[in-house]
Design a protein around this ligand. Structure first.
Ligand SMILES: [Zn+2]
Length: 491
């Protein structure tokens, strides 16, 4: 261990999450060393070690879940010829403003055809699908990529939430019928709940997005929203029912059982692991720093020896003994650096290590250790003989406890509104508004614009799970309501 000079106590995070969410998030990113925004291309960010380890764990869980559900992995080139891009009109119109183009190469100069740095892979994959898929026996055809995509974002970038390069998984599937495709959309939503709510402890609601806010080229878009501490929602994974909108221009066809050649029905799904990470740390973190689910923490248990002069050896020996007991099952580390115990506590709390074990000479005399849980600060004195079992219980329940707390918080953020004024007040208080709405088809777009302008939020769509509320009229125009929608500020 490198000997460091004793420094003044670390103060952890100095900005209050409740008072200034944005400032708090920036400080969290800097102090916990999660990302570095000093890379010299605007909107391109370096993800530091601590974040990268967790994001890799998130990828691994997601990939396993996708593969368990019948997806196979693929690796695709990052460049897409412009001619592919032009095949689906809505798609090209939707993405054109955000595409990075490669126009020159080497010393030979200008390329004959512009190449897009993929902003998403539909137009790269589907021409290959048209070569691979032949018969109904090839269906369902479920594939996914773990890759980066690039979009020239106009909105303000923020590490993990939104950047011009992001890290995601994209799944692209082909089915024989529309019904099968719709079942896939449902499966994608289940996967999202499993990964985001159960693994990352981020409460989400799935919305069917209004007609004016769907994926370019889709029939319907279903997207998960999470509510951040700022009172704004952040869009998390979305899944899209493409129908035959891409199958036709890209010739994704199969010979059906009846011998006829038919176009396939497609879906795509794009969970961004970088954004999921951002949502998770933003949602779970507190004024001491990160809070991480047990499985996703780069270090799960930190052992802090409390060293007094003359007792160094006995304390370090005991710390090592405990380390050896726990290392088989957990990612554990001893912090034997020269920092004060207080500084070590601050530091590992900032880093979100779920369990801290303190061992001092007094504890050794009493055959015990002190255990502190990061997410709620609970402290326990545990006899050495009981240690393994006690840690086992903590580890098993840690993520569930965070999730339970998250779920309670979320429902309390929704407010029902029958009048515009009440909606405005709720939005100003950082709530999600639930209200009646005339339509999420194009007919409702006018009222949605009024919502943006007057209420200060966006119509996120129609809840996909059970809807408890019914309204007689639209919040804005007073016409009969055809649906219940949710309005929120968003990133
Ligand atoms: Zn209306």
């Amino acid at each position: 261990m490198a000997k460091k000079k004793k420094e003044a106590p670390l103060t952890g995070i100095t900005v209050s999450k409740e008072e200034d969410f944005s400032g708090w998030y920036t400080e969290l990113i800097n102090k916990a060393e999660l990302a570095d925004i000093r890379y010299n291309i605007k909107g391109f960010v370096v993800y530091r070690e601590w974040a990268t380890i967790t994001i890799k764990k998130m990828y691994a869980k997601y990939e396993k879940c996708m593969e368990d559900k019948g997806h196979m992995p693929l690796t695709m080139p990052s460049l897409i010829p412009e001619s592919n891009f032009l095949l689906e009109a809505d798609h090209v119109e939707g993405f054109a403003p955000e595409v990075f183009w490669v126009t020159e190469a080497g010393s030979s100069g200008k390329l004959a055809e512009r190449l897009a740095l993929r902003p998403t892979s539909e137009t790269a994959l589907y021409q290959m699908y048209s070569l691979w898929i032949r018969s109904y026996k090839d269906l369902p055809f479920k594939r996914y990529l773990s890759c980066q995509v690039w979009r020239y974002e106009g909105k303000a970038t923020r590490p993990f939430f939104r950047g011009r390069e992001f890290h995601w998984i994209e799944a692209h599937n082909v089915f024989a019928t529309m019904e099968d495709a719709m079942d896939q959309v449902k499966e994608d939503m289940e996967t999202t709940y499993q990964m985001l709510q159960d693994e990352c402890c981020i409460p989400i609601i799935f919305f069917q997005r209004p007609e004016w806010d769907k994926f370019a080229g889709a029939i319907h878009t279903f997207a998960a929203d999470a509510l951040m501490g700022s009172g704004k929602v952040l869009q998390l994974p979305s899944t899209h029912l493409l129908g035959q909108n891409f199958a036709k221009p890209f010739n994704v066809k199969f010979i059906d059982k009846d011998g006829e050649e038919k176009y396939g029905y497609q879906t795509c799904y794009g969970p961004s692991q970088s954004r999921n990470y951002g949502a998770m740390i933003a949602y779970l973190g507190d004024n001491k720093g990160l809070i991480l689910p047990f499985d996703l923490a780069p270090i799960q248990i930190i052992i802090v020896p409390i060293i007094y002069k003359g007792k160094e050896k006995i304390v370090l020996e005991k710390a090592n003994e405990i380390f050896n007991i726990l290392k088989e099952r957990y990612i554990v580390k001893i912090d034997d650096s020269d920092e004060s115990a207080g500084n070590k506590f601050y530091y590992w709390e900032l880093k979100g290590v779920p369990i801290r074990i303190e061992i001092g000479p007094k504890d050794i005399e009493n055959n015990q250790v002190v255990i502190v849980k990061r997410h709620d600060g609970q402290k326990f004195f545990v006899k050495e003989n009981d240690l393994k079992e006690f840690i086992g219980n903590l580890a098993d329940n840690y993520t569930k406890e965070i999730k339970e707390k998250s779920m309670i918080d979320f429902e309390s953020q929704i407010e029902v509104a029958y009048e515009k004024d009440a909606a405005i007040e709720a939005i100003n208080n950082g709530k999600i508004v639930c209200c009646g709405f005339c339509s999420i088809d194009l007919a409702g777009e006018h009222c949605a614009k009024v919502v943006e302008k007057d209420v200060g939020g966006f119509v996120r769509g129609k809840r996909v799970d059970e809807e408890k509320h019914e309204f007689a009229t639209c919040l804005i125009c007073g016409n009969p309501a055809t649906c219940t929608v949710y309005i929120a500020k968003s990133y």
